[in-house]
Design a protein around this ligand. Structure first.
Ligand SMILES: [Zn+2]
Length: 74
């Protein structure tokens, strides 16, 4: 099972269940247990798809750019 959550910077990300921490592209290390879990996914593919949808909600575009590009724009 994969857990989908957001960093404080707003970026959606996922981690495999049982993983303690996950590093965001903004540089912050997220303790997975302390985050509010938005969704769960059966596998990494489904998890990345959910993250993509959450990113689109946040940034309002219909296309998905890479995390690096989002970071550069901000
Ligand atoms: Zn972040």
């Amino acid at each position: 099972m994969y857990l989908i959550f957001r960093c404080d910077c707003g970026r959606a990300m996922y981690a495999k269940e049982g993983v303690a921490t996950r590093k965001c592209v903004c540089g912050k290390t997220i303790k997975v247990k302390t985050r509010r879990i938005f969704k769960k996914a059966e596998d990494a593919e489904a998890a990345s798809e959910m993250v993509r949808e959450l990113q689109e909600e946040k940034y309002g575009g219909s296309f998905f750019t890479t995390a690096d590009n989002i970071k550069k724009k901000r």
